[in-house]
Design a binder for this molecule. Structure first.
Ligand code: ADP
Ligand code: MG
Length: 613
């Protein structure tokens, strides 16, 4: 069929509808048409490569498999040529004239569902060939099939209801699309503009892309290569390029999965946690690719919030070919991807913790805060995340940590709870009054140094059937210790606690002999069971309700301590002085708990006590 008179065709009704949207679109990111045409060209080259494997006779068999883009800012044209599979006349009609073969189908479906005015949808879909009409006055498609007997044709349209096809002599194999740009889209005829777009969307396309004769894509889609053949430097180079980073990645996970979805992913943990350094909150930045073409550099739902520190690429190239790109925008599919990747990454961390302890601990020191966030907020992954948490404890050396699982292996059979204490650092917790009762009973206590820890522990609630319990919570019950010699008798202790309660009045809710004090004279427990002293401090720092409620504490005294024994004598012999001592003991306990708000009264009292030396 090589008639030289142009034949005129009407577009299918749906195509006309699409064209109408694109030609009149005010959508700002018109540049995605470049992505669409490059991806079509790459598809055509890929198809040719397959064809060459099975067909003996292929037109222009020696032509390089590449994509050439040229711009002409005088003529205001944008041209993209590939030496791919090409199209016969029948294919031109079928592929570019009917919706059946267009990636725009899903887009049209979505706008059919009442979102016609919502042009923001354009960027989210693989809208396909017709997106060219966002920028085109007219489009010419020169194409010649790989089949040697087929002549070349040129397909022409200005995007109104019809197109023309006529024979075209001298075409090589493949497709050349020439776009004459609208005046307001003339930028796309400039080298700088097109270069920037190609670098963004098509950096990893595996066929060489040239722009005005210069190669633009030189980085390989490393995630699709065999792990065993990739050198560490290549990974680092890729990371720096893809994440716009300057550091070396701390950890990397390169994996592919076949079920339930075909995924190739290459994920990196950067060296530093920039949020910790005080930079702004990170944003999810693992990019989503489909067969090496960028779909979305920052797909928000691809990973859970707490994985926002990850860098890298997720690609769905191995998806069966009938799942087309627009399906990738499907929410359910993104959710599935999210599930698979998150699970795999958590498994990776578990393995790291097992096999590369030092690397894991260094990672944890930097990024552990994100795992805590996940453990506290992401119900789906809470259990796996809780296993990954690490804490110093009363049984570890300074700087060494334990997991909750290891803690549990050390517990005695009667211990039903996992204890923790929150404080600014190890020394503060070790020197405070709360730990000693646990130490005396050989009960391990986890040490928590971060502001969020109390919140995390409260949300995680339990591990392996053991409740996570603050060692400074008022309702912790500890077993009896043998009474050492020389303690106040039970009777005397009762008298003393009664007197202290009367003396301190409203400031204390309860005064009792402590089962957890060994060396310290007193300690204060928040009378509100739900709120530990640390929690109250935090609420106060955040200026939250609850902090301002009048402070009432339970005061526990140590009947073995010399001060209390002395106080017992003093409270009958010299009640005025004893009152000062009791008040001072309460303030001391509040200071240890970090609960003393105003020290002025205390200083005056101390001075009075010192006078009586
Ligand atoms: P999709 O790529 O999702 O199929 P498009 O609207 O982008 O949808 O393209 C429609 C069809 O046109 C393609 O499926 C393909 O058959 C054909 N086509 C587009 N560009 C080319 C090309 N450069 N070479 C060969 N065929 C092409
Ligand atoms: Mg396409």
């Amino acid at each position: 069929m090589s008639n030289t008179t142009p034949q005129k065709f009407e577009f299918q009704a749906e195509i006309s509808q699409l064209l109408d949207i694109f030609t009149h679109s005010l959508y700002t990111e018109k540049e995605i048409f470049v992505r669409e045409l490059v991806s079509n060209a790459a598809d055509a080259l890929e198809k040719l490569r397959h064809t060459q494997l099975t067909e003996k006779e292929v037109l222009d068999d020696k032509l390089a498999l590449e994509i050439n883009v040229t711009t002409d800012d005088k003529a205001k044209t944008f041209t993209i040529q590939d030496f791919g599979i090409g199209m016969t006349q029948a294919e031109l009609i079928e592929n570019l004239g009917t919706i059946a073969h267009s990636g725009s189908k899903a887009f049209l479906k979505a706008i059919g569902e009442g979102e016609a005015k919502n042009t923001s949808l354009i960027g989210q879909f693989g809208v396909g060939f017709y997106s060219a009409f966002m920028v085109a006055k007219s489009v010419r498609v020169y194409s010649r099939s790989w089949r040697t007997a087929e002549p070349g044709h040129v397909w022409t349209s200005d995007g109104s209801g019809s197109y023309e096809i006529e024979a075209s002599e001298g075409e090589r194999r493949g497709t050349k699309i020439v776009i004459t740009l609208k005046d307001d889209a003339a930028d796309f005829a400039t080298d700088w503009k097109v270069k920037e777009i190609l670098e963004r969307y098509s950096a990893f396309v595996s066929f060489p892309i040239t722009l005005n004769g210069k190669r633009v894509n030189t980085i390989q889609a490393l995630w699709l290569r065999n792990k065993k053949e990739i050198k560490a430097e290549e990974y680092t180079e890729f990371y720096k390029f893809q994440a716009h980073a300057f550091d070396e990645p701390r950890l990397r996970l390169h994996f592919s999965a076949d079920a339930p979805l075909a995924i190739n992913a290459l994920l990196f943990v950067p060296k530093d946690n920039t949020e910790k350094l005080g930079f702004s909150r990170l944003e999810q930045s693992v990019a989503l690719y489909c067969r090496k073409v960028l779909i979305d550099a920052r797909p928000k739902q691809l990973l859970p919030e707490w994985l926002r520190f990850l860098k890298g690429v997720v690609d769905s190239e191995d998806l069966p070919l009938n799942i087309s790109r627009e399906t990738m925008q499907d929410k359910a599919l993104i959710e599935k991807l999210n599930k698979v990747i998150t699970k795999r990454f958590l498994k990776f961390l578990e393995d790291e913790a097992k096999n590369h302890l030092d690397a894991y601990n260094e990672f944890y020191a930097e990024f552990g805060i994100f795992l805590k966030e996940g453990a506290a907020m992401d119900y789906t992954h809470k259990d796996q995340l809780t296993k990954l948490l690490r804490f110093e404890s009363s049984l570890t050396e300074k700087g060494k940590t334990t997991s909750l699982a290891d803690y549990v292996t050390r517990l005695g059979s009667e211990q039903k709870e996992i204890y923790y204490l929150v404080g600014p650092n190890r020394a503060a917790i070790e020197n405070g009054p709360y730990l000693e009762g646990f130490k005396a009973r050989n009960l391990e206590v986890l040490f928590c140094y971060e502001a969020v820890d109390e919140y995390v522990m409260n949300n995680v609630r339990e591990f392996d059937g053991k409740k996570l319990t603050g060692a400074d919570h008022a309702d912790v019950k500890l077993s009896d210790l043998p009474k050492p010699e020389g303690a106040l008798s039970e009777d005397d202790t009762k008298k003393l606690t009664g007197w202290i309660k009367d003396t301190l009045g409203e400031r204390v809710a309860e005064v009792k002999a402590s089962d957890r004090l060994v060396d310290s004279p007193v300690l204060a427990l928040n009378a509100d069971k739900m709120m530990s002293p640390h929690m109250r401090r935090m609420m106060k720092a955040m200026n939250k309700d609850g902090a301002e409620a009048p402070l009432r504490v339970n005061l526990e005294i140590n009947p073995r301590h010399a001060i209390l024994k002395r106080l017992f004598e003093l409270h009958t012999a010299s009640p005025d002085k004893a009152k000062l001592v009791a008040e001072q003991l309460l303030d001391n306990a509040l200071i240890s708990a970090g609960l003393l708000d105003d020290a002025t009264a205390m200083v005056a009292r101390l001075n009075k006590l010192l006078e009586s030396m």
